[in-house]
Structures are given as C-alpha cells and as structure tokens.
Ligand binder design. Structure first.
Ligand code: FS2
Ligand code: SF4
Length: 576
C-alpha cells in the first residue's frame, strides 16, 4: 500500500502499512483499482461523446460518485468498493454496446497501455477484459498492480506526483459536481471536462510535465464553474444564507445528529421528522445549514453539537441519539455508538448500516428515526451538568457580505480596516494545526477574518467583537469548504471597486488543507492567477520539492510558517 493523497499522511511522506485515517491496505488497493477502472470508463465516455455523440447520464453520474467515494474519509467499506468496481465494468460494457449499435469504433490507439501502467492492460482494455473477478480477494490481487509505485518507478516521483495532483484535483471536482447534482444542477461540459482528464491520464501526453500541469489548471477552471453552480443550487433551493445565531446548547428531547456537507439530505430529514418531537442537530461542516432560510425555518433544527470531523469519537460517543453521515469526513466509529450511526450517499464503513436512495433519489430515514426514538435523547439532568456555551453566528455568504460592502469599502478607505484574512479549509488533529488557533491571537483589532470549511472550528466560538468605529463583526463565517465560491465573489467584487486585481487587495489567503476538495480549490485559485497563498500545515507529500518549486516560482505559493504564526502574521499585514 502507498497512499499519500491527504495532508495527514504518515510522516508527511505516505501511508504504507495502514492509513493514518484507518484505511486498510485492502481498502486502499480496492480504491486504486476503482480509480483505474473509472479511468477506463471515463476514457470510453470521452471517446463515445466526441466521436459518436453519445451522452449517457447514468455513466456521468456514476463516474463522479465513484471517484468521490475514494476521497479521504469517505468510504472504508470493501464491499461497497467491490460494488463500484463491478458497476464500472458493467457500465463500460453498456457503453461499448451503445457504440457498437451506432457503428462507433473503439479508441484503438488510445487503448495501448502506457509504460506506467506496468503489467496492467490500459484501463480501457482492463474494463472490457473477461477477467474472473469473483470477489474481494480477486480484486485485491489485481489492485496490487495499480498503485502509485509503478508510476513512480517509470515516471519518477515528480511526474508521478503531478499525475496524482490531477487525480486528486479530479476527486475534489467530482465531489463538488456530485453535491451540485444532488440539488438537481448539472452541466454537460463539466462531465465532459472530467472525462477528458481521465482520458488524458492514459495517453502519452500524461508523461509531459507541462501538459499535466496545464490539465491540472484546466480542472481548476472547471471547478470554478462547479463551485458557482453549487452555490447557486444552494441559494436557489434554500435561499441566500443570512447571518443567524446558532445555539451550542442542546435542548431536552430525542435527538438526531447530522454530519458531512449535504444540505439536501438534511432537508429530507427535517421533512421526515417534522412534528415528531425529535430535535435535529448539526455536526462539523453541517453548521452553516443554519444560515439558509429554507432550513432554519424548521423549529426542530435545534442547534449545533460538537466540533470538526476529527473529534467524532469524542462528540459522537457523547451524543444520546442517532447519527447520520451524509458525506466526508467519516471516522471508523467506536463500539459505544456503532449501533447509532448510519452512512448514506458515497460514505461507508465496514459493519456500519448504510441507507440507499431509491431510483428517484429519495431516502427513507425511518431506521434512523426509530433508533433516535429508542435512545434516551437529551434529558434535563444531562443538560444541567453541561457547561453553558455562547451562541455562534453563521451565514455570511457572498450575498450577506456584499450587502454590507459599502461599509467594508468605507472602512478600508478610512483606515478603520487595514487587512482582511481568509482562513479557509480543513481542520485535523495534528499538533501543527495549532498554528491556525494561534494565528488569530496575532491579528490586529483593525482587521477582519473570513472563515470557511471545517478549519473554522479553531475559532468559531471566540468573541472577535466589532471592527472599531464600525458595526461590522470582525469574524465572518462564509460556510462550508463547499462555499469557497463565496470568497471568490467577495474578493473579485472588492477588486472591482478598488479598480485593481485580487492580488493587490489588502487580503491574505491562508489555506489549511487536508483532503482533495482543498486540492481542487487550490487549483482553482492558482488558475485564477491568485498569488501569495499560504498553504499548510504541511505541503502535499505527492509534490516533490521540484514540483513545489514550479508553483512557488509561478504563483509565489508560500508554505505556512507553522513554527511562528506571529511572523506569518507580520508578513501578511505587509501583503507578503
Ligand atoms: Fe472538513 Fe472533511 Fe469540508 Fe474537508 S469535514 S476536512 O473533508 O470537506 O472540509
Ligand atoms: Fe493515509 Fe490520507 Fe491515504 Fe488515509 S487518505 S491512507 S491518511 S494518505
């Protein structure tokens, strides 16, 4: 096993025996094989579209869903991975039959295996080969040949790592596109772009550093479109987020906790539990739900419970109700609450109950509701023993911030606001992440901070007060990592007012990355020409010093100075 796709990878180099996330070598192998198979399916779909004008929505949806399932902390279930691989091969055969019926020839030259495919046939060929794949054991055996090691041996670590940069960017992109699709938003060009990249990875061009980098930025450009689509999907469905106070104190009664990112699922659950006397709580990245008028209107959306994803074992063990995991991040549960937790969508954990949607996308949450009714819920006595917490405020999406833009602009012009920080991204358990907690202590009072993603949990409950001389709060939470589009809109609009570009604003971006959604957001920012981005707490293991050197030269990408957040703050105040 070698997996180095996320920031917490072992020793900053790669997980080899078991994942720091708990991923076993077997699951890692099955995920590699699934990606291999989907490279083949995506390549065939690309060819069928371009040569035969064939568009198959079942395949488009599947490709995004399957790739999303291999993102960090999404799916640890071997059984589910095997289902995905079998489905990929079934869809490949289905598409090949459609092509044959239309007289569209197979992409002969593209299906020649590249040296980095090692002893495996080209993904296009492997999918249609009549290999006997009886079950998990057979698949794990095949998967041993599809890992990163062969690519590293043939291409060298820099180029193999850049190919992985594209694969990880695609994982984030597929995840976001799939979130948008859950809200009914799709764009044929997005599917085409994703599948073109999957095709690209099996061509000789993928051995050219310049071409791989260009393809990475192309994925970043597609992601910008997807982030916009996702943002509009949310605001059209639930209204634009508005500043809203959220209680961190539970109330007496039966309870269900919702974690992940999927607002559509939360809405479905709120509908199915309306009037039942069960309170719904958000966890982790679901906190921004409270900003949406279409969600906060439900009186039984009672409050937020717990912190960022990596605290699940602490938070979930204390939660006296049932728990739903809608998307990343999921952590292998403790036995104490294993019977209370359910996965849906792409998420999965061995031995945890999974609820599937019907053919129309509807999910029946009755098992989760029944479990919540069996469990004690919060009692008056329990609550009396809990420390009382202050409310927090969420809901500063781009619409809410642009509503106060004249005040922000005036504050900048009159010197009341010297600098804005965007501290976006993920949280995690490593000690280096204390950098983000400490950074805020060095922020001068005449500055504002915009947060998005689960990195907000470093400070979300602290009182930053009001920007002196104004009525503007100093801490504005823009939402989930899924809402990164909001930050781009705000930065672009400010740049327009000051007749400059985003790089010349008194604005610093300090990104805390963890998984592959953050990878594609970084590609989007770089593709937009945003410079001087700080990235931490560690640089990606899949980028060699040579590859990092290219990004530093071209974009002045800056590694976060985790040992000295005060020094980083001084530099950022000088716009460096
Ligand atoms: Fe946080 Fe985890 Fe949002 Fe990332 S809940 S680190 O995958 O997607 O941010
Ligand atoms: Fe390691 Fe991250 Fe891969 Fe898990 S996803 S095996 S923690 S690199």
């Amino acid at each position: 096993m070698l997996c180095y796709q996320c920031e917490q990878t072992k020793a900053g180099t790669g997980c080899t025996e078991i994942g720091v996330c708990g991923k076993t070598p077997e699951t890692a192998g099955l995920q590699d094989l699934l990606v291999y198979s989907v490279k083949g399916l995506g390549s065939l779909a690309h060819h069928a579209r371009n040569v035969g004008g064939i568009e198959d929505q079942e395949i488009n949806t599947f490709v995004n869903s399957a790739i999303f399932s291999t993102l960090t902390n999404v799916n640890f279930s071997d059984e589910r991975m095997v289902e995905f691989i079998n489905e990929s091969r079934r869809l490949h055969a289905k598409l090949a039959a459609q092509m044959a019926a239309k007289g569209v020839k197979a992409p002969a030259s593209a299906s020649v295996a590249q040296p980095w495919h090692g002893s495996m046939p080209h993904p296009l060929e492997w999918n249609s080969q009549a290999v006997a794949l009886g079950g998990v054991g057979d698949m794990i055996e095949v998967s041993a040949q599809t890992g990163i090691a062969e690519r590293q041996r043939v291409l060298g670590e820099t180029l193999a790592g850049l190919q992985e940069l594209l694969v990880y960017g695609l994982k984030g992109l597929c995840a976001y596109a799939h979130h948008a699709e859950a809200l009914g938003r799709t764009d044929p060009q997005v599917y085409a772009d994703i599948q073109e990249s999957l095709y690209f990875l099996g061509t000789p061009d993928a051995a050219d550093v310049g071409k791989v980098l260009a393809q990475c930025f192309k994925a970043g450009a597609t992601n910008f479109k997807v982030m916009e689509m996702l943002s509009t999907a949310h605001s059209d469905t639930f209204g634009h987020p508005v500043p809203t106070s959220v209680s961190l104190n539970p109330v007496p009664g039966k309870a269900i906790l919702v974690t992940g990112h999927d607002m559509h699922d939360l809405h479905m659950l709120l509908e199915q539990t309306a009037g039942m006397g069960i309170n719904i709580y958000t966890h982790g990245e679901m906190l921004p739900a409270f900003g949406y008028p279409g969600l906060k209107k439900y009186p039984h959306l009672a409050g937020h419970f717990g912190g960022a994803w990596y605290r699940q074992k602490i938070d979930f063990a204390k939660f006296p109700g049932s728990i739903v995991v809608t998307t990343n991040c999921v952590v292998d549960p403790l036995e104490s609450y294993r019977d209370n937790i359910y996965t849906i969508n792409e998420t999965g954990v061995n031995g945890v109950r999974h609820i599937k949607a019907d053919s129309k996308g509807h999910k029946d949450f009755s098992a989760i509701i029944k479990r919540a009714q069996e469990l004690p819920g919060f009692t008056e006595e329990d609550i009396a023993k809990m420390p009382k917490k202050k409310d927090v405020t969420v809901g500063f999406g781009h619409n809410a911030i642009l509503n106060v833009a004249p005040q922000v602009i005036d504050a900048i012009k009159t010197g009341k606001l010297e600098h804005i920080f965007l501290v976006g991204g993920c949280d995690g358990s490593e000690p280096q992440r204390k950098y983000y907690s400490k950074l805020y202590q060095y922020m001068p009072t005449n500055t504002m901070v915009l947060t998005l993603g689960c990195g907000k949990f470093r400070i979300f409950d602290q009182d930053f007060g009001i920007l002196p001389g104004t009525s503007l709060p100093r801490l504005l939470d823009m939402g989930q990592c899924n809402d990164a589009y909001s930050a781009l809109v705000v930065a672009t609009e400010l740049a327009k007012v000051f007749k400059t570009d985003v790089n010349s604003l008194p604005l610093s971006l300090d990104l805390s990355w963890f998984e592959q959604k953050a990878v594609v957001i970084l590609l989007t920012l770089l593709n937009l020409g945003v410079r001087n981005i700080r990235l931490g707490p560690r640089l990606p293991a899949f980028l060699t010093p040579e590859a990092v050197g290219v990004l530093v030269d071209k974009f002045n990408l800056i590694p976060a100075n985790v040992a000295d957040p005060g020094a980083d703050m001084k530099m950022m105040m000088k716009c460096k």
